[in-house]
Design a protein around this ligand. Structure first.
Ligand code: FAQ
Length: 309
């Protein structure tokens, strides 16, 4: 019987799952903590751009749908923090690392939501990109992360359709509503392409993460998949993807497109995006305001433990 690192490598080679109590290289554990924490942080910071529109949604039905979606994002954050904790870290420490700017969250959530059409664009493009990126993570070599992704992806696909439906309604409305949808696509297209990370030539972690079966496809492969999926949907909506270099290549069956400006991605990731400061300050305040809830829950759990004893 194989033990320790031999057993780890044999499981990876056989495309099996690594579970929390299995032996794993320290680098594998660290890479997973980094990626899962960044993913969890993205989910909870990602509540802000849309949460900002709950009170302004144009009808009771739209308000109820948006509230449910934002709650789903909180739930995804919780599954992901729980998955990270199986690797021996504590979620309170991960939150401290987010709040002190030492751990990242997705660049996309540092852009403002200026109009109601932006809520459609987030569902359609941002959740669309999240699905393309996360469906392969359902086959990630780390069991708890892969299993968390199954439910997350089901919910994301519902989110994507609700975003598309918001834009579909606007695109079939007045000229002003259609212009609002076009403006949202113009602003969200490039940041959505950046969500997939730097180009493969500049991606520091991809090679090792793919060898370990954490990532199943490279950043550029997934970006291409997203473009191929999304461009025909823009056609259905009747709005224009803001890329003069966009064309369909019959031979490969793929769209050729212009790469986003990656200097903008690096700049936003460094903290210089339009909303970085606001997002982090809001998160820290929400955490501080919620201290009494954590204290009350801990006191209640302690009281119950004493009673049980
Ligand atoms: N933003 O070597 P790579 C959602 C960093 S979806 C910020 O290519 P890796 C759902 C990267 O961390 C969004 N940082 O890295 C939702 C690394 O920095 P480090 C979240 C980025 O890990 C929808 C450095 O650049 N999804 O929340 C970004 O192999 C609507 C080098 O990059 C996930 O996190 C970026 N865009 O590949 C919620 C999915 N890209 O750590 C609310 C899981 C790269 O060395 C509303 N994560 N960096 O300091 C992944 O698949 C991967 O981590 C990638 C990056 C693909 C994001």
């Amino acid at each position: 019987m194989l033990t320790g690192m031999d057993s780890f490598q044999a499981t990876i080679d056989a495309d099996g799952r690594i579970e929390p109590r299995d032996a794993m290289p320290e680098g594998y554990r660290k890479t997973l903590i980094r990626q899962i924490a960044q993913h969890a942080h993205s989910e909870i910071i990602g509540m802000q751009p849309e949460g900002n529109w709950i009170s302004r949604a144009p009808s009771l039905r739209r308000k109820a749908i948006l509230m449910a979606k934002v709650q789903d994002e909180a739930g995804h954050g919780l599954y992901l923090y729980a998955a990270a904790e199986t690797l021996g870290v504590d979620r309170a420490d991960l939150l401290d690392l987010l709040h002190s700017g030492k751990q990242k969250y997705s660049s996309i959530f540092n852009y403002p939501t200026l109009t109601w059409a932006d809520i459609g664009a987030i569902g359609w493009l941002v959740d669309g990109a999240a699905i393309v990126n996360q469906v392969p993570l359902c086959r990630c070599s780390y069991g708890p992360y892969a299993r968390a992704m199954v439910r997350v992806c089901k919910e994301e696909s519902f989110h994507q359709r609700q975003g598309f439906e918001i834009l579909h309604t606007l695109c079939n409305g007045t000229e002003g509503q259609k212009a609002m949808a076009q403006d949202a696509l113009d602003r969200w297209w490039w940041p959505s392409l950046m969500m997939f990370g730097p180009p493969d030539s500049a991606s520091t972690h991809s090679e090792q993460s793919m060898a370990w079966g954490i990532k199943r496809h490279s950043n550029d492969e997934l970006r291409q998949r997203f473009v191929d999926m999304t461009v025909p949907q823009a056609g259905v909506l009747g709005i224009r993807v803001p890329d003069d270099g966009l064309s369909y290549d019959e031979e490969s069956g793929h769209y050729r497109f212009t790469e986003p400006d990656y200097t903008e991605l690096y700049d936003v990731v460094k903290g210089n995006g339009p909303c970085n400061e606001q997002r982090l300050a809001h998160r820290v305040k929400a955490h501080e305001d919620g201290a009494w809830v954590r204290e009350a829950a801990a006191a209640y759990a302690a009281k119950k433990a004493v009673r049980a004893a």
